[in-house]
Design a protein around this ligand. Structure first.
Ligand code: ADP
Ligand code: MG
Length: 460
């Protein structure tokens, strides 16, 4: 491999002069000193942290690529040291410590890692997500100031990815200079493993540790991934100290994640933690209206209120299912060119709308508890009490799951009625049942049976 020397560095600099506006080039790129290189690692220095951050966020990729062109290798990695003596030499830095930069050229249309489908504009705010959404908006307006890190948790399909991506797009629009990295925890892990395999961990570290905004979706994926956790821990510390914004999402409260080191758990919870709850009936209606409005930008589809109310009444669990129900009906009308009547909607959605019970009006949680306890031959006291034997835990989780499914009570309300348990425990119970359902679909039959008993015993 060709060694990277000062000569090559000068060529890279002169190539950059054609890519970058002249004053930016003079103020930033020409301030970089080539120090030394060892193997594929190149040491550069600049006179201030500000310059280093700017280079790291805007030019590091193109510098690396240009260097690699000269070495015919693809593992150049760059370290930029701060040499304060340089700052005093430089007239610009002393006379004008906060230079105003001309805006850089950047493709204004899209960020490669952000999904433009998810924006604040098409995120419907309701009581279930108001707090999370307003914090997300505040962060998008001024990243790295108040809520760092920002952690959003909540069950599947409740809008975690939508929110985190909205912040990314918001920041991308208003802060052109910021380096935004958006990944899932899974992608981060895979990229890290590959970096280890290809001996490019320095490059990997540099990439993440110089982000201005780091979004990591679905951090529950990090369970049991010790080395990746370690890497995230160090990335976290670097970004936290530099006051760079981090946002994470997780499908459950952090403390319920197993096999994650305490010190990392600790870091995740250091800033602001918010949760997303399933939407209320009113919010579900608002979401349906919004989705139809969006779809009708390119189509012309209408649903009767009766049908929309039916969907909102029956699809309770999450927004993804709500969307799926709507899309299925749209597919149906488009294909058959028929209007959707209530009976068509019922027929089409029967596998999404589980149980003919739906949300049973006014049903009490105590009633659900009695029917389930009776079915499993245990007392209601044991069902909601503190015992943790298998005999009571499964019926407890199941009755909690059913309570979520057929009533409109919130996690907190259910928690109160289930022996004053915390809402996170209730979420956890629901997830456990979801997991079991995936492994054992026949459990759904038991649930249906219980729901129909609950419903008929309530009516009678
Ligand atoms: P999660 O990441 O929590 O599993 P997503 O963010 O992927 O959920 O949301 C699932 C779907 O529901 C997405 O298509 C998203 O756009 C939509 N969605 C979720 N919450 C809202 C909301 N409040 N308003 C509009 N659409 C939403
Ligand atoms: Mg998601």
């Amino acid at each position: 491999m060709a060694t990277i020397n000062k000569n090559i560095w000068n060529k890279v600099v002169s190539e950059m002069s054609t890519d970058i506006p002249a004053d930016e080039f003079a103020l930033v790129v020409q301030e970089i000193q080539f120090e030394s290189s060892a193997g594929s690692v190149v040491n550069l220095s600049v006179g201030s942290e500000f310059l280093r951050d700017r280079i790291m966020s805007l030019y590091i990729d193109s510098i690396t690529k240009k260097l690699e062109n000269y070495t015919n290798e693809d593992d150049a990695s760059i370290a930029i040291n701060i040499d304060v003596t340089q700052a005093t030499k430089s007239a610009t830095a002393t006379s004008n410590p906060t230079p105003v930069f001309v805006p850089t050229h950047r493709d204004a249309t899209a960020h490669p890692q952000l999904n433009t489908r998810y924006t604040f504009d098409n995120f419907v705010i309701g009581d279930n997500n108001r707090y999370a959404a307003s914090a997300a908006l505040a962060i998008a307006k001024s990243p790295g100031t108040d809520y760092n890190p920002f952690l959003i948790y909540g069950g599947v399909g409740l809008g975690k990815t939508h929110l985190i991506q909205s912040v990314g797009s918001g920041v991308f629009k208003s802060f052109k200079k910021m380096k935004i990295i958006s990944v899932t925890a899974e992608a981060f892990t895979n990229e890290f493993i590959q970096a280890i395999r290809e001996k490019k961990t320095t490059k990997f570290k540099n990439k993440y540790r110089y982000a201005d905004l780091l979004l990591i979706d679905d951090i529950h994926f990090l369970q049991k991934k010790q080395e990746t956790q370690e890497e995230i821990f160090h990335t976290f510390n670097a970004l936290y100290d530099a006051k760079k914004q981090m946002i994470f999402t997780c499908d459950r409260p952090i403390r319920e994640i197993k096999d994650i080191t305490d010190r990392l758990r600790n870091r995740f919870e250091r800033g602001l933690t918010v949760d997303l709850q399933p939407p209320s009936y009113e919010t579900r209606m608002a979401i349906l209206y919004k989705k139809i409005e969006d779809i009708n930008r390119s189509k012309n589809i209408s649903f009767s209120n009766e049908v929309l109310e039916y969907i909102a009444e029956k699809v309770l669990s999450n927004v993804r299912d709500l969307e799926a129900a709507l899309l299925r009906l749209i597919g149906y009308t488009e294909l058959l060119n028929k209007n959707i009547t209530l009976s068509i909607a019922k027929e089409q959605l029967k596998d999404i709308v589980t149980g003919d019970a739906g949300a049973i009006t006014n049903i009490s949680l105590e009633h659900i508890q009695r029917v389930v306890a009776n079915y499993f031959n245990i007392s209601r006291n044991d069902l909601i009490g503190k015992k943790r034997t298998r005999m009571v835990i499964f019926p407890r989780y199941l009755s909690i799951h059913i309570s979520r499914k057929i009533t409109n009570f919130s996690f907190t309300e259910i928690g109160m009625e289930f022996g004053r348990r915390d809402h996170t425990t209730i979420m956890y119970a629901c997830e456990q049942i979801q997991k079991r359902l995936q492994m054992d679909p026949s459990l759904e039959k038991t649930i249906q049976l219980l729901i129909s008993r609950i419903s008929s015993a309530w009516k009678s």
